[in-house]
Design a protein around this ligand. Structure first.
Ligand SMILES: NC(=O)c1ccc[n+]([C@@H]2O[C@H](COP(=O)([O-])OP(=O)(O)OC[C@H]3O[C@@H](n4cnc5c(N)ncnc54)[C@H](OP(=O)(O)O)[C@@H]3O)[C@@H](O)[C@H]2O)c1
Length: 284
C-alpha cells in the first residue's frame, strides 16, 4: 500500500484510452492540464470541455484538440474523471451544483489553490474520491511540476490513475496539503519568477549591444542548459558554480555583484511571499 508521500509506480500505469474525462474550466491552467492528459493517452473525443459558455468551450476544445460540451451537465455525464479548473471562489458552488450528477466512482481533481480536500469532501455526497493537483504552466510542454494531494476516499487505483494522467507533465509528486504552500513558491508561481529573471537578463544583454533575437536565444538556452546540467549530473549548484569561477575572473566578479545586489534574498522573498499568500488563501 502506498503512503501519501510516495509516488505511484510508472509500471502499473493504467490504459487511458477508454477513459472519459470532463474538464470544467479549461483556461490558463485547465488548458495545460488538457494538453497533458491528451499527451498521456486520453483520446480527444473522450475529453470534454465545459467553459463559461458553449462558444468558449468550442474555442478551447478546438485549440486544445479535445471535445466541447454544450453544458457542465453534458461534460460530466459518464465521466470517470472530472477536473475542476475554475477559480477557487467557484469550486464549492460548482460541487454543490454537479455533486449529485457525478458518477459515484468518479475521481474529482481540483486545480484550485486555497480550497481544501475537506471542504470539497463536505460539499459532495459522502465517500466521493477527491484529489487536488497543483500544477504549473510548463506542464503544457511536458516540463512542468505537479503536486498531487489525495483525499480520504481515494483508493489506490484512483491514485495510480491520477499519476498516469499527469505522467507526461514533467515531474508529478505526492505532497501533503500543508506542503502545498511551499510547493506554490517552488513550482506553482515559480515560472513567473523565472520569466521575470529571463526578461531582466535578456534586456541587459540587449543594453550591452546584442541583438534581441540573439540575446533571447542565448539567455533561454543557458537557463535551460544550467537546469539540465544539474538534473543530469546530480551535482550540487554550489559545486557547479565553483567549477566555473576562476580566481579573479569574470564569473566571480558577476557572482559577487549578484550577492551585493541581494538577488538571493530577493528570490527567497518572492518564494516566501507566494507561500504566505497561499496560506492566507486557505481558510481551514
Ligand atoms: N494560473 C496558474 O498558474 C495556476 C496554477 C495552479 C493552479 N491554478 C488554479 O487553476 C484555477 C484556474 O485558474 P486560471 O488561472 O486557469 O483561471 P482562468 O484562466 O480564468 O480560467 C478559468 C476557466 O474557468 C472557466 N469558467 C469560469 N466560470 C465557469 C463556469 N461557471 N463553468 C465552467 N467554466 C467556467 C473559464 O471559462 P471562460 O474562458 O469561458 O471564461 C476559464 O476557462 C484556479 O482555481 C487556480 O487556483 C492556477
Amino acid at each position: 500500500m502506498q503512503t501519501s508521500t510516495e509516488s505511484a509506480s510508472q509500471n502499473d500505469a493504467p490504459d487511458l484510452s477508454a477513459l472519459h474525462v470532463a474538464v470544467i474550466g479549461a483556461g490558463n491552467m485547465g488548458g495545460p492540464v488538457v494538453k497533458t492528459f491528451l499527451r498521456s493517452g486520453v483520446p480527444g473525443e473522450q475529453l470534454r470541455i465545459a467553459n463559461s459558455s458553449p462558444e468558449s468551450s468550442r474555442r478551447a476544445a478546438e485549440e486544445l484538440g479535445a471535445t466541447a460540451a454544450e453544458s457542465r451537465a453534458e461534460a460530466i455525464e459518464d465521466a470517470d474523471v472530472v477536473v475542476l479548473g475554475v477559480k477557487p471562489y467557484q469550486i464549492l458552488d460548482l460541487l454543490a451544483e454537479i455533486g449529485g450528477d457525478l458518477r459515484e466512482d468518479a475521481l474529482i481533481i481540483s486545480l484550485a489553490a486555497g480550497i481544501t480536500l475537506a471542504q470539497m469532501e463536505e460539499a459532495l455526497p459522502e465517500g466521493r474520491a477527491v484529489m487536488r493537483a497543483m500544477p504549473n504552466t510548463p506542464i503544457s510542454v511536458g516540463e512542468g511540476a505537479v503536486g498531487l494531494m489525495r483525499g480520504s476516499a481515494v483508493d489506490d487505483d484512483a491514485h495510480v490513475l491520477a499519476h498516469a494522467l499527469f505522467a507526461t507533465a514533467g515531474v508529478a509528486r505526492d505532497i501533503t496539503e500543508d506542503q502545498v504552500h511551499a510547493f506554490i513558491g517552488a513550482a506553482g508561481s515559480m515560472p513567473a519568477f523565472v520569466f521575470a529573471i529571463i526578461e531582466a537578463m535578456t534586456d541587459e544583454a540587449v543594453r550591452q549591444g546584442l541583438k534581441r533575437d540573439l540575446a533571447t536565444a542565448l539567455v533561454q538556452q543557458t537557463v535551460r542548459g544550467g537546469a539540465t546540467m544539474l538534473m543530469e549530473s546530480g551535482v550540487h549548484p554550489a559545486v557547479a558554480k565553483n567549477g566555473v569561477s576562476s580566481p579573479g575572473g569574470t564569473t566571480v566578479q558577476g557572482l559577487a555583484a549578484l550577492e551585493r545586489e541581494g538577488v538571493r534574498a530577493g528570490v527567497a522573498a518572492a518564494m516566501a511571499a507566494a507561500h504566505d499568500a497561499s496560506r492566507a488563501m486557505t481558510k481551514n
